[in-house]
Design a protein around this ligand. Structure first.
Ligand code: GTP
Ligand code: MG
Length: 215
């Protein structure tokens, strides 16, 4: 019979679902669709009239893997340049980041590469970074609108060991998938080798979850 920290007995062989909590930050230029991706993932909604984010917004969502529930604490940052200096507050201590660009806007891809560079220099060394080329719906019937080739982004992502998907917050294409891919890549064990940000930490019975915990 196994015992947990509170002393309660657990029958051997009974597998328990682990709950892991991770902080995830979204970064990217203004209007690339960061908030829209989060709202699609968390609430299943999309609006053409999404207001520009002021400062940052906080949301949570869980995803279920085979024997782990991953709870994301999501910081959706503002893309306006005047908020750039706030970004480290959100990405320091984050275990995951989604850097978003708009595939119809080459400059937003350049900006995304700068965010990746900044994360590699200043975030936790073990941070899991995903690159999302958003607004894929816009090029479905208008290929001339595409300004960033998928091969170019893929090659960049491979070189920098990033997860990469083209997404559409509007049609929901690859939105759950990109969060799921991140959830799968995050270390779930205590300590988890997640460097300075720490990996998932297991929660003991009766303990309230804080950042990046497992139970
Ligand atoms: P900031 O908060 O200002 O940094 O912008 P953001 O990156 O959060 O972008 P937001 O989600 O506010 O979206 C900006 C605009 O793009 C809105 O009008 C959205 O409706 C639109 N948009 C977002 N995602 C998509 C998408 O996948 N496809 C299309 N067609 N439009 C999108
Ligand atoms: Mg926003």
């Amino acid at each position: 019979m196994a015992t947990n920290r509170s002393g309660a007995a657990r029958p051997n062989g009974v597998s328990q679902t682990k709950v892991c909590q991770f902080r995830l930050v979204l970064l990217g230029e203004i209007a690339v669709g960061k908030s829209s991706l989060v709202l699609r993932f968390v609430k299943g909604h999309f609006t053409e009239y999404q207001a520009s984010t002021i400062g940052a917004a906080f949301l949570t969502q869980t995803v279920s893997l085979d024997n782990t529930t991953v709870k994301f604490e999501i910081w959706d940052t503002a893309g306006q340049e005047m908020y750039h200096s706030l970004a480290p507050m959100y990405y320091r201590g984050a275990q995951a980041a989604i850097v978003v660009y708009d595939i119809t806007n080459q400059d937003s891809f350049r900006r995304a590469r700068n965010w990746v560079k900044e994360l590699k220099q200043q975030a936790a060394p073990s941070i899991v970074i995903a690159l999302a080329g958003n607004k894929s719906d816009l090029v479905a019937n208008n290929s001339h609108l595409r300004m960033v080739e998928v091969e170019e982004a893929e090659a960049y992502a491979d070189e920098n060991r990033l997860l990469f998907m083209e997404t559409s917050a509007k049609t929901a294409m690859n939105v759950n998938d990109i969060f799921l891919a991140i959830a799968n890549k995050l270390p779930k064990s205590e300590g988890g080798g997640a460097g300075t940000a720490g990996g998932a930490r297991r929660l003991y019975d009766g303990e309230q979850p804080r950042n990046h915990c497992c139970k």
